[in-house]
Ligand binder design. Structure first.
Ligand code: ADE
Length: 210
């Protein structure tokens, strides 16, 4: 899978994608993530990418032209299954959406900043609008990182123990049972007996009842 992300502050996401499971997925060539700086696609002077909104009101808006240039330049190289705009008024992101998106080959994500993006980009190019929660972030970058992480870990081969993605919290609309590691006794708090007894049927029963 390949995920292209357009942003005015791509560096915000660099470190995130360079660590842990997503890093491993990229190293194994199971996931390719490419960050694109919107300023590289503007033809306005001083690399301008935003402007005041028509009708007045506080906050700058990302202009249509640089965004359209960026999207169309990327579309020359591949067909995107979805062009996703991260926005607080989008559809709430959940595990079902992550599962669906993990089956795609090419995703393009657009991160808004400031007051948002020119509506015509949403009307002309965007195929899906996603929110990661009912709060307003300074930009879509953290949301793009969250969505990419949730998708990336579902790609077969990314997790060492493949079954662990399937037993995640929320995967079956169930909360995950509590987990313990060594030591068995921590400050007088003991690991539940059933987990050290070795009876897997009992362990499964205990876990499903938690
Ligand atoms: N951009 C700003 N806030 C956001 C949110 N809650 N979800 C997705 N993108 C956003």
């Amino acid at each position: 899978m390949r995920i292209d992300i357009i942003s005015v502050v791509p560096k915000l996401m660099e470190s995130f994608f360079d660590h842990s499971i997503i890093k491993r997925a990229r190293e194994k060539d199971l996931l390719q993530i490419e960050l694109h700086n919107l300023r590289d696609y503007t033809s306005y002077r001083h690399s301008q990418v935003d402007d005041y909104q028509f009708g007045g009101g506080a906050g700058l808006v990302l202009m249509a032209e640089p965004l359209a240039n960026a999207i169309e330049a990327l579309q020359k190289d591949r067909n995107y299954d979805e062009i996703i705009f991260l926005t607080p008024d989008g559809k709430p992101f959940d595990q079902g959406e992550a599962n669906q998106l993990s089956l795609k080959n090419n995703l393009l994500m657009i991160c808004g900043h400031y007051k948002g993006i020119d509506q015509r980009i949403r009307d002309l190019f965007v195929t899906k609008e996603i929110s990661i929660g009912d709060y307003v972030l300074s930009g879509g970058e953290l949301a793009a990182a969250v969505v990419s992480d949730a998708i990336g870990r579902l790609i077969p081969g990314v997790l060492n123990d493949e079954s662990s993605a399937l037993t995640d919290s929320f995967q079956d609309d169930l909360l995950a049972p509590p987990v313990y590691t060594r030591p068995e006794n921590f400050r007088g708090q003991h690991v539940p007996e059933v987990l050290i007894g070795g009876n897997h049927a009992l362990i499964e029963k205990w876990r499903s009842e938690c």
